[in-house]
Every structure is written in structure tokens, then in C-alpha cells.
Ligand binder design. Structure first.
Ligand SMILES: Nc1ncnc2c1ncn2[C@@H]1O[C@H](COP(=O)(O)OP(=O)(O)OP(=O)(O)O)[C@@H](O)[C@H]1O
Ligand SMILES: [Mg+2]
Length: 356
């Protein structure tokens, strides 16, 4: 991959929350890139650190870690909370976006980038929209913050254009309504419009379909597909659902227990996964071949992965996946495998890569 194609270069990113039980190592030594115009899918089971990684990329993780520290220190709740641990919490590493390491910027400079050059569609719709402001005002907010010259009339036209673009029905009437009068699917469209309105280089969509029913999920996926085709924008699409990731991603990154396990081209990851964890994830995902078998009266089995993801404060030694891995050998129990480029643009972190 040539350097000039790379829009985002994440190097050795760590993100830890403090907690009463010890540090929650939500993101551990994660490195990856996002190219201009591509969609990188981030796949992994619930709690593996996907949202924490997304928050780190836009400089919001440390704020969340501070809240967590405040909760852990509440009077009467925690006697053994250690200051030292609080100091180790937060983000470390590099998040290089268009030549700037975002982890080194102060809040004033970050605010200029967040919402304008990088925007995020956060997980969990209910917290995202402010019930006190009309939908039109909120959708236009990124324009107001980032462009001092924007005029109210021009802003309204642009907001309506973007609400139409995400196919929000009757946008003109609904411009003045508050978010309480919108369904979950409509609120998600509004969040997508807000994320796009300032013309970002990168959109991070964190579980954009997970709180929605199947029909609405389909509609939101269609909107995201249209954005991918019609806008010159890179997308990081985060989901625990391999079907969602398969639809839109050019490349796929698989996370487990805060670590990157494998990154590769989507076709490769779905058809020839290399890491035992990726193999397990893909075998829990019904393929077209399986559907055909079913249609022919056969019963294909979905294998899935045995066991449960670990407690993030008590991670297993060595490779965190080893207690669940059918290919585990002694070294897997003691040493974390290096995350290495096994062939061009294909990264794997597994001691057994050569023998599988
Ligand atoms: N605000 C927070 N304060 C403290 N710990 C947190 C916070 N948010 C997440 N965690 C913990 O960090 C770890 C990673 O959580 P995260 O939300 O990043 O995972 P995820 O992969 O996005 O999960 P999901 O698929 O359920 O959204 C978990 O152990 C979680 O309990
Ligand atoms: Mg999440």
C-alpha cells in the first residue's frame, strides 16, 4: 500500500479504563490503516473493544476513562482504588490522520477536526440526539460549528438536501420536529446525515444497524451503500454482525479481547480466513452455499466458537484466544504472537499461522 493512499494510520494504540477490579484493557497494541475511499469493516464479539477503539480515534476515549475513574472513586464504593492505576488509564500510541497525530492534539485543535474531517455515528441512538433541539437544527450543527460564514437559509437548504439524501420522508415538515417524534430507523438516518453534512474524509459508523429490526436494518444498509458509492469518503464500519460487515467492507479487521487478530481483503477474510478466531466467526455466519444446501433439504451446521470472551480485567496470558482455540499449543499460552504481514496487505497474529 503506498503511503499517499493512506488516510489514517493507527500505530500501537492502547486504551485503558480504570475500574475497581483493575485496568480494563479495552484496546491493546492495535495497528491498522484506512485508505482513501475504502470501507474497513471492524468485526468482533461484544465487549472486544470496538467502540473503545472508535472513541480513541476521535479523541473522546480519555473523557470516558475520566468518567469511569470518577465512578470507581465514588465515596464508599472503592477502598482499594489506586492512583497509579488511574494514571495508566487513557490512550497511548499514534493515530495519524492526514499528517497529524490526533493523540497529540489539544482539545481546541481536535474540535476543528472532529465533526468536520472525521465524523462518527455513535453506537446507541437514544443518547445521540438531543431531545431539546429540532432535528433540522441538530443536523446543521456541524456546519454551524465549523463554518463561521454559514447563513441560516443556506444551512436549512443544505440540511434538507442531506435529510432527503438519507431518504427521511417529508423532511421539510419534519425539520422543525424534535427527535422524540422519530422512529429508531429515522433517528439513525438523521445521525448519518449529520455525519456527512460537513463533507468529512472519514466516517466511523459504530453498529449503525444493531438496535433496529430487520427491515429497517436493510434500509440503513442501502443508505450506507449509496454513501459508499456516491461520496468520496472512507468508512470504518463497526459491527459484531459478519453479514453487515460482508455487505460493505473492502477490507476486514477482526478484533478479540482488545487485540487485532487478523486484517485482510474482505474476500480473503470471508473465504480463506487464516486466524482460528476469524475461522470461528466466519463458521458462525450462514453463507450462500449453506442457504443453497438448506433449500435442497440438507441441514448444514454452524460451528461457532466454544467458550466465552474473557473478562477484560483478567485477560489470559499469551494469546487471549488460546483458551477457546482448537489449535492451541504451549507457546500460545505464554507469548502473545507478533502481528505480522504474512503476505501483502494481510496481517495475522497467530503462532500457528504457518501450520494451519
Ligand atoms: N465507559 C466505560 N467505562 C468503563 N468501561 C467500559 C466503558 N465502555 C466500555 N467499557 C469496557 O471496555 C471493554 C470494551 O468495551 P467496548 O464497548 O469497547 O466493546 P465493543 O466491542 O464495542 O462491544 P459491543 O459490541 O457490545 O458494542 C468492555 O470490557 C467494557 O465493559
Ligand atoms: Mg460497541
Amino acid at each position: 500500500m503506498s503511503e499517499d493512499e493512506i488516510l489514517l494510520n493507527v500505530k500501537n494504540l492502547h486504551a485503558y479504563y480504570p475500574s475497581r477490579k483493575g485496568l480494563i484493557k479495552a484496546v491493546r497494541d492495535v495497528s491498522f490503516t484506512v485508505k482513501s475511499g475504502e470501507c474497513l469493516g471492524v468485526l468482533g464479539e461484544s465487549g472486544c473493544g470496538k467502540s473503545s477503539m472508535a472513541l480513541s480515534l476521535v479523541g473522546l476515549f480519555n473523557r470516558m476513562a475520566k468518567f469511569a475513574a470518577g465512578a470507581a472513586k465514588s465515596p464508599g464504593l472503592l477502598k482499594e482504588f489506586e492512583k497509579e492505576e488511574e494514571e495508566r488509564a487513557g490512550t497511548r500510541g499514534q493515530v495519524v490522520f492526514r499528517g497529524h497525530d490526533l493523540l497529540q492534539l489539544d482539545n481546541e485543535d481536535l474540535v476543528k477536526i472532529r465533526g468536520k474531517e472525521i465524523s462518527m455515528i455513535p453506537q446507541g441512538l437514544t443518547h445521540a440526539l438531543n431531545p431539546q433541539y429540532s432535528v433540522g437544527m441538530q443536523t446543521g450543527e456541524p456546519l454551524e460549528i465549523h463554518d463561521e460564514n454559514v447563513r441560516l437559509l443556506g444551512m436549512k437548504k443544505k440540511v434538507l438536501d442531506f435529510l432527503d439524501l438519507v431518504r427521511l420522508a417529508d423532511s421539510e415538515t419534519r425539520y422543525i420536529m424534535d427527535p422524540g417524534s422519530f422512529s429508531g430507523g429515522e433517528a439513525q438516518r438523521i445521525l448519518i446525515a449529520m455525519a456527512l453534512i460537513s463533507g468529512p474524509y472519514l466516517v466511523i459508523a459504530d453498529e449503525p444497524t444493531s438496535a433496529l429490526d430487520v427491515t429497517i436494518q436493510r434500509q440503513i444498509m442501502n443508505v450506507l451503500q449509496m454513501i459508499k458509492e456516491d461520496f468520496d469518503v472512507s468508512i470504518i464500519l463497526i459491527s459484531h454482525d459478519a453479514g453487515v460487515i460482508a455487505e460493505l467492507s473492502d477490507r476486514v479487521a477482526v478484533m478479540y479481547a482488545g487485540r487485532m487478530m487478523e486484517i485482510g481483503a474482505a474476500v480473503q477474510m470471508f473465504h480463506h480466513p487464516s486466524h482460528p478466531y476469524t475461522m470461528g466467526l466466519m463458521s458462525s455466519f450462514p453463507t450462500i452455499a449453506m442457504m443453497r444446501m438448506r433449500a435442497g433439504g440438507k441441514r448444514p451446521t454452524l460451528r461457532g466458537i466454544r467458550g466465552e470472551p474473557p473478562d477484560m480485567t483478567e485477560l489470559p496470558s499469551g494469546c487471549p484466544f488460546h483458551p477457546r482455540c482448537d489449535y492451541c499449543i504451549d507457546i500460545c499460552k505464554t507469548e502473545f504472537p507478533e502481528f505480522r504481514e504474512v503476505e501483502t496487505d494481510h496481517w495475522v497474529s497467530c503462532h500457528r499461522y504457518e501450520d494451519l
